[in-house]
Design a protein around this ligand. Sequence first.
Ligand code: ADP
Ligand code: MG
Length: 257
Amino acid sequence: MTQPAIELIGIEKRYGAQAALAGVSLDVPAGQFVALVGASGSGKTTLLKTINGLIAPDAGQIRVGGEDAGAAPPHQLRRRIGYVFQEVGLFPHLSIAENIVITPKLLGWERARMTARVEELLDLVALPREVATRAPSELSGGQRQRVGVARALAAEPKIMLMDEPFGALDPLTRDSLGTDYRALHDKLGLTSVMVTHDMTEAVLLADRIVVLEAGSIVADGPPGALLASTENPEVRALLEAPRRQAERLRQRLEAAS
Ligand SMILES: Nc1ncnc2c1ncn2[C@@H]1O[C@H](COP(=O)(O)OP(=O)(O)O)[C@@H](O)[C@H]1O
Ligand SMILES: [Mg+2]
């Protein structure tokens, strides 16, 4: 058995009386693409932030690449893990290139290496190299989200955490970014955990779907097997939604032709 890339053991986090995470245990093998789904407030963001040390759990253990994540300083952990935020969060006064190399700069990379890395990353996320000198405001929402992915990949992490990365985009852009990201995941041999509200996106992109409800995992499995294996009515409704939509879409398109 190879070491899981991410191991969570009995993670608990509460805010006052409210349990954001009520004892979550999860192993993510290296190379897996996990979609983390669940209603608003179910603890998805708290779980991602716990993995990269932005939030310290009240109880439980986190291991990243086999090492106790609590033992190392949090900033060291964060440099080994790429994180794509829901709201992108590019610095408006910095150029695209400067935004991308934030972590390499902290790591003290040479200027030439950073310049080469920016070009490589722009190619990787399918952005033209001339956007390097632009300000974030001069890019479309989809292009900015690609920069967010490039920035998260800058220091060559093997683990990527993404919090509803494509949530604010139009459906076409979202679809192409999702497909492109999945290809990158495979090409770079990443381990990815992506939070999404969109069950269709989860089914289409992920190897495994983990469903959170009120801070607990209520379903966990590959997209195809999950529906058959769960008794939880809310999880079933969530999983059946893409199938129902696809069926309705097919009927309407057939009726129209
Ligand atoms: N900083 C905070 N202070 C107080 N409560 C919080 C804080 N962050 C999250 N929570 C609460 O924890 C629960 C889980 O939040 P979150 O992880 O953001 O959920 P999700 O990302 O699934 O929408 C929610 O009830 C939320 O209100
Ligand atoms: Mg959230």
